[in-house]
Design a protein around this ligand. Structure first.
Ligand code: AKG
Ligand code: FE2
Length: 378
């Protein structure tokens, strides 16, 4: 719904997404889960979810509670943190996150904070809010929309995350609410509502401020067109609202990178480290990355909306099943969610990485976190 139709909501500059690519890309073939089915039919999708999470670690969900028009409004609000005429750079600096010192991801991640490869730094801007939006103050330009963002967080938590967690628990023959019980909305923890903006062209704004976030051809070639290095997410489940600028790729079990196809108003769901640990390695935290879009979308802005779910901070990331396939930590040595997220957050894109010594894996870099090898892929 355009802001002007709804009289009760504050107006917001309309976000107009790019058109989908016409290029014939090699897409990952992922199953689709329907969130709108009645309970019995919904739960009958368990085998499909289990298989997807065991192999790809990714799947799509359709029929989530927000309509296409409501999502246009959400994307428009998600773009506000990146609009320099609403939130100038000086104010952004004031709300910059303290990832490195506190391991918390709330606030801005400004451009060029991460190292990608060969001295090339990222051009990605992120604004993260805790699911409880009152935890921190937000830039003035975003304040008119906070009630809607809070509603969006609640909706993600109860109407998307929890139903998926039920299927994932049943897929491990655990009681249905096993994962739901450790993802309390009101518990201490850091699930994030996140918007992420990758601008790859110069835009002219009023007041003749020119903001240009282009990557030079030299940067593109040094980093092999990688905008966000291959990584696993560190939480349990990531909910990503499908958007039309193709750039997300997953590393398939056969070692090939495949593109994620845009499906109108669908969600792309993936498992992260914490889900892999809790499921004893049954569900895979799949490596994914963001690369330069296909040629017909190269000059388009790319705006993403996400809900990054983590368990409650005090949960120990030990396998919940009696016969784990894979144990990443020694029995009893598993970190809590709080320790894992802080370590991962403070080190991501900052720490020294070591080139992998495995043959044929020269583009893989590694670091040790809590006794576990974390890999980064270019
Ligand atoms: O923007 C995307 O498509 C994925 C971003 C991502 O992987 C992340 O922020 O963890
Ligand atoms: Fe990710």
């Amino acid at each position: 719904m355009s802001a002007s139709i709804d009289k009760e909501r504050p107006t917001v500059p309309l976000w107009v997404p790019a058109e989908s690519t016409k290029e014939d890309l090699e897409y990952a073939d992922l199953p689709i889960i329907d969130l709108s089915l009645p309970r019995e039919e919904f739960l009958a999708q368990v085998d499909k979810v289990k298989h997807a999470m065991e192999t790809h670690g990714f799947l799509y969900c359709i029929n989530h509670p927000y309509s296409v028009d409501e999502m246009t409004r959400v994307f428009s609000i998600a773009n506000v943190p990146f609009m320099e005429d609403l939130i100038p750079f000086e104010e952004k600096k004031q709300y910059e996150g303290t990832m490195k010192t506190t391991g918390s991801y709330q606030g801005y991640k400004l451009r060029e904070y991460w190292h990608i490869d060969k001295g090339v730094r990222d051009q990605v801007e992120i604004y993260n809010l805790n699911r409880d939006i009152t935890k921190r103050e937000h830039p003035s330009g975003l304040r008119p929309y906070l009630a809607e963002i809070q509603k969006f967080a609640n909706n993600n938590h109860y109407n998307i995350l929890h139903p998926i967690l039920r299927l994932l628990a049943l897929g491990l023959d655990l009681p249905e609410d096993t994962f739901v019980n450790i993802h309390g909305f009101d518990r201490v923890g850091e699930t994030y509502v996140s918007s992420l903006c990758l601008r790859n062209h110069a835009i002219a704004l009023p007041k003749s401020i020119r903001i240009s976030y282009p990557r030079t051809e030299d940067d593109e070639s040094k980093s092999g067109g990688v905008w966000l290095k291959g990584h696993t997410d560190f939480g349990t489940i990531t909910i990503l609202y499908s958007q039309p600028v193709s750039a997300l790729q997953i590393l398939s079990p056969d070692g090939k990178w495949r593109w994620i196809k845009h499906i109108e108003n669908a969600l792309v769901i993936n498992a992260g480290d914490a889900m892999e640990f809790l499921s004893g390695g049954v569900y895979r935290a799949t490596i994914h990355r963001v690369v330069q879009p296909p040629s017909d979308q190269r000059n388009k802005e790319r705006l993403g909306v996400y809900y990054f779910a983590l368990t409650d901070d005090d949960v120990r990331l030990a396998p919940l099943i009696t016969a784990p396939r894979d144990r990443r930590f020694e029995n009893g040595m598993e970190p809590t969610m709080e320790v894992w997220r802080k370590e991962r957050t403070s080190r991501y894109g900052q720490s020294e990485l070591k080139k992998s010594e495995e043959a044929g894996k020269e583009r893989v870099e590694e670091e040790m976190i809590g006794g576990v090898v974390v890999k980064h892929y270019n």
